[in-house]
Design a protein around this ligand. Sequence first.
Ligand code: AMP
Length: 235
Amino acid sequence: MGLYIILMGVQGSGKGTQAAYITQNYGGIPQISTGDLFRALKTRTDDFAKQIQETMAAGNLVSDDTTNKMVEERLQQLDAANGAIFDGFPRTPYQAEWLENYLAQKGEKIDAVILMELDLYDAFRRAFGRVSSSTGEGYNVYTGAEKLDIKWVEHPEKAFPPRLEASIKATGEKLVRRPDDAHADAIIKRIDIFRKTTQPLIDYFSGKGLVHVLKADQSVEAVSAEIKKILDAAK
Ligand code: AMP
């Protein structure tokens, strides 16, 4: 039997970090982030990829069928033979039902749904303030300001709000944001969609006794320790 885990949490709740912890400690099962799968299409210029890029930039959800198909293809890869950690998926009850049916066909099931709870104000700051270096090292302009040079650049005609530019103080290296983190309104919309779409999923999985709620504003180690307890009991 494999190990299939759903990690839920508003963007910035630390899902990526905890998924890496699970991969390392539970047989190398991969993190499957539908957001990452969609972002990987950004180098493609065909209509399908362009449509997804536009949907993401507007902060909307990609259609269920397209999303399920992407996940199905990902689960067929060898590294997912013994399980997976779903991050950002399922986002709708339809996706949840599809996943359960898909796993059932393989004699598998969802072992745990872990909800990482984060105050929505913190969630906004974690997403809007997030910047990273060319090597992928992450910083935050709110919580890591002492290491950064931060500048607000006015739009020449003031047609748009000032743009935030950040670089590392020690090296001068310019930091970049994910395109979908640059727009405050898109982040707020994403948080709102998260709130609206999560509750039905929590209800759906609660009925099956699968949901575990964790406080995401603890230290990384404290959250990992709680996850370990949940997974060791679920196995
Ligand atoms: P994320 O990194 O999980 O916030 O995902 C970034 C964007 O990808 C979302 O705002 C959606 O546009 C799209 N996306 C990711 N996962 C899903 C999903 N399960 N269903 C629909 N759209 C998704």
